[in-house]
Write a protein that binds this ligand. Structure first.
Ligand SMILES: [Zn+2]
Length: 183
């Protein structure tokens, strides 16, 4: 009884690891497509839904916004407009206006960039291993437009999630909200 279950789990795991290979998945038979349904659901937001040409992005964003959002740059520490921002509201993606973080999840990390211990919804962001600068970090991008937001680290407040979403101010905008109970 145990063996078939174990084999099924191994098969499911292998298939779930292959989900980014969209083309090969589409060529698989009906049974395999059925098995792939849960991973397809969980990874569909990993693909940016909003696609624009580089020319369009350059026309819509300032050079500094383009550098951070589209070229994965980083704004200098302690220079962003939201590092010490305390207002109540929602932080949105500068590239597509997708709602990303609530002000009540923002905390003083003293790292020089706006920091949040959680995002509004995990589907709103995509986390990818980033090996740049001889470091292993987890990059955070907007799931809707693919814009680079920052990185997430495991040194956030332990009484919350333990995570620190370290986000460039220039990658986000802010929508003020009057009622605290509405966020
Ligand atoms: Zn976006």
């Amino acid at each position: 009884m145990i063996k078939p279950i174990a084999l099924s789990l191994i098969l499911f795991f292998c298939l779930s690891q292959c989900t980014p290979k969209t083309k090969s998945r589409l060529n698989q038979n009906t049974q395999q497509i059925t098995l792939n349904e849960p991973p397809m659901e969980s990874t569909k937001n990993k693909v940016p839904l909003l696609t624009k040409t580089e020319e369009q992005w350059k026309a819509e964003l300032t050079p500094q916004e383009y550098y951070v959002l589209r070229e994965k740059g980083t704004e200098p520490a302690y220079t962003g407009q939201y590092t010490d921002h305390k207002a109540i509201g929602i932080y949105v993606c500068k590239g597509c206006n997708s709602e990303l973080f609530r002000s009540n999840s923002k905390f003083d990390s003293h790292c020089g960039w706006p920091s949040f211990y959680e995002c509004i919804d995990k589907s709103k962001i995509t986390e990818t291993i980033d090996w740049s600068h001889n470091m292993k970090r987890i990059e955070v991008t907007c799931s809707h437009c693919g814009g680079h937001l920052g990185h997430v680290f495991e040194d956030g407040p332990m009484d919350k999630t333990g995570l620190r979403y370290c986000i460039n101010s220039i990658s986000i905008g802010f929508k003020s909200i009057e009622k605290t109970d509405s966020i």
